[in-house]
Design a protein around this ligand. Structure first.
Ligand SMILES: NC(=O)c1ccc[n+]([C@@H]2O[C@H](COP(=O)([O-])OP(=O)(O)OC[C@H]3O[C@@H](n4cnc5c(N)ncnc54)[C@H](O)[C@@H]3O)[C@@H](O)[C@H]2O)c1
Length: 328
């Protein structure tokens, strides 16, 4: 039986990936190793918690003995575990080095010592830095991270490369654009703004709101990860994007419109330090070599997403109560 060790599987993308994988490969065993940091939420996988092929392990990717024990049981590792919020990395970079760099190193080292069939590192388009008005990030674009978050992810990518080149570890690396969909922690733009409006508050838009991001529906991303895991060429990097470039203010207006609000609900706030202007990612390689492309239009994906948050307000409330220490 094939066993996948998924790290960070209680977070946004990891939990969607586990759900996707249990459905797509009912004969696979999935072990979810997650430290349940502030953004990890075991409730994200309530619907599969009794699946006999799913096991949750509460632990840290920096824990050498635990990681070794789990790798012994696994055929593949997919490393989603990370500190992932840029604003937090600007305020407190150390934990980003601890988890994103040292944690990845720990997984690589144990994989090298014990052997693994495939090691897939989940990274971000932010490692490429920022773009002007034109052009795309390709896998060959030089890394030029601008925030402590993206620098930590770029460092991890370089370690993955080094373990491939030096020790021959069978690694794969994906770099994706901004994901959107259900179960995203409400600190990130879409669920954050929805939760603000639900509370009757204004939504804080950074700067002029004209920063551009390329939006990828989370379950399209999960399918791309599955394709890279099974068909990707060892040692390669694959970009994964949605080809949906939108400014932050466009996304804001879509959310406001869907929730019956107007421009009066917007509050422009001081821009984020070092705020990258534009990300846009080319899917050419994964489309040509592995025959993957996004399956859902942005219009459909954003509707499903907004409806999900509106229909799952208790999910948002339970997180907010956890943050404020209220027992529920
Ligand atoms: N969300 C996006 O739009 C996006 C875009 C590009 C890349 N990524 C990358 O995808 C991955 C997943 O992102 P996400 O949005 O699901 O993140 P998330 O913040 O929702 O989840 C991260 C998960 O990792 C766990 N975790 C954190 N530190 C850990 C540790 N030391 N040991 C074990 N578990 C730990 C958390 O508890 C949480 O469940 C990350 O590596 C991120 O860099 C995300």
């Amino acid at each position: 039986m094939t066993t996948i060790l998924v790290t960070g599987g209680a977070g946004f993308i990891g939990s969607c990936f586990i759900r996707h994988e249990l459905k797509k490969h009912p004969d696979y065993k999935i072990i979810n190793l997650d430290a349940l940091t502030y953004c990890g939420n075991i409730e994200n996988l309530k619907d599969v918690e009794h699946n006999k092929n799913y096991t949750f392990i509460h632990g840290n990717i920096c824990d050498k003995n635990l990681v070794r024990d789990l790798i012994k049981e696994s055929d593949y590792i997919i490393n989603f575990a990370a500190e992932s919020h840029v604003d937090n990395s600007i305020k407190n970079p150390e934990i980003f080095i601890e988890t994103n760099v040292k944690g990845t190193l720990n997984l690589l080292q144990a994989s090298k010592e014990l052997g693994i069939e495939r090691f897939l590192q989940i990274s971000t388009d932010e490692v490429y830095g920022t773009l002007g008005e034109n052009g795309y990030f390709y896998e060959t674009t030089p890394l030029a991270p601008n925030s402590p978050y993206s620098a930590s992810k770029a460092s991890a990518d370089m370690l993955v490369r080094a373990y491939r080149e030096t020790y021959g570890l069978p690694t794969l690396n994906t770099r994706c654009s901004n994901n959107y969909g259900p179960y995203q922690y409400p600190e990130k733009l879409i669920p954050f703004f929805i939760s603000k409006i639900l509370k009757g508050e204004k939504v804080p838009v950074y700067g002029d709101g004209l920063n551009v991001r390329d939006w990828l529906y989370v379950y399209d991303h999960c399918e791309a990860i599955d394709v890279v895991l099974h068909q990707g060429k060892i040692g390669e990097v694959y970009n994964i994007g949605g080809h949906n470039e939108k400014t932050n203010i466009e996304i804001t207006r879509i959310i406001l419109d869907a929730m019956g609000k107007d421009e009066n609900s917007i509050e422009y706030v001081k821009d984020r330090l070092g705020h990258d202007k534009r990300y846009a990612i080319s899917n050419d390689k994964i489309t040509k070599e592995l025959d993957w492309k996004p399956s859902i239009t942005f219009e459909k994906g954003i509707k499903i997403t907004i409806d999900w948050y509106l229909n799952n307000q208790n999910w948002i409330k339970s997180i907010e109560n956890k943050k404020s220490g209220v027992k529920i």
